[in-house]
Design a protein around this ligand. Structure first.
Ligand SMILES: C[S@@+](CC[C@H](N)C(=O)[O-])C[C@H]1O[C@@H](n2cnc3c(N)ncnc32)[C@H](O)[C@@H]1O
Length: 233
């Protein structure tokens, strides 16, 4: 079975492993955090939708948010709390258990491609965002090229740092135009750009010369892409 959510519990010990299955998520988390503005009020809340093991947390240091995670898995929230996430709610992002307008920032990193209706989940994210708040997301495009890179290559190469086999289902990959339309209709016009790992960094990381791989912005949004929007006041 593809996209089995139990995989995240079975592999929870790997969330922070620098050569483990989830390491590329930590590289993407850094890039995601660069899109998050500093808090503009004391007590500002950032909701990290499907927070997993809390990989975003170190990149929020100094930005001034209370970091609230939501995740369905049993183990992810424990790992996230152990790595500094302030509060983690165990819940389903199809129906985020938070009030309308309760978040100054909502982030949805690498999760929309794991749910049956990513457009409805994006609208849920917009619902919990305050007017003037920021929505940052990254996900995988519904293209044959994304399927090739993310599943055929990414899940099958016998190398460190590759995604767990079966972790993605290409039928759930997310159309960028449809996503932008859904968010615009929920009051959050998005700006999209593609992301691609630095090949030099990747080679360096592979031979232990680099600790991390930087994600580079690219024009093409047909594999991995990121989007940022502000909710209209
Ligand atoms: C690829 S991981 C991304 C985790 C994190 N956002 C990151 O980038 O490191 C996908 C996460 O989505 C969570 N997830 C999948 N379906 C979910 C749902 N319906 N509700 C809440 N969490 C879900 C999984 O438990 C897992 O932690």
């Amino acid at each position: 079975m593809r996209n089995d959510p139990r995989q995240y519990d079975e592999l929870a010990h790997q969330w922070w492993d620098p050569r483990g299955h989830f390491v590329s998520l930590s590289w993407i988390a850094r890039s995601r955090a660069e899109q998050i503005p500093n808090a503009t009020r004391p007590g500002a809340v950032l909701v990290d939708v499907a927070c997993g093991g809390g990989l975003l947390h170190p990149h929020l240091e100094g930005k001034g948010y209370t970091h609230v995670g939501v995740d369905l898995s049993e183990e992810g929230p424990k790992v996230a709390r152990g790595h500094g996430v302030d509060h983690v709610v165990r819940g389903d992002i199809n129906h985020i258990p938070l009030a309308d307008g309760s978040a100054d920032v909502v982030v949805a990193g690498q999760c929309l491609e794991h749910v049956a209706d990513p457009y409805a989940v994006a609208v849920e994210c917009c619902r919990i965002l305050k007017p003037g708040g920021t929505f940052v997301l990254d996900t995988i495009a519904d293209t044959a090229l994304a399927r090739l890179f993310i599943i055929t290559i990414g899940e099958n190469l016998p190398l460190p740092g590759m995604a767990p086999k079966g972790c993605h289902d290409h039928r759930l990959f997310v159309n960028p135009d449809r996503l932008a339309q859904a968010c615009a209709s929920a009051g959050v016009p998005l700006k999209l750009r593609g992301l691609f790992p630095s090949v030099l960094d990747f080679l360096g990381w592979f031979v232990y010369l680099r600790k991390e791989v930087r994600m580079r912005p690219v024009r093409a949004t047909n594999v991995l892409y990121q989007a940022v929007g502000t909710k209209v006041a």
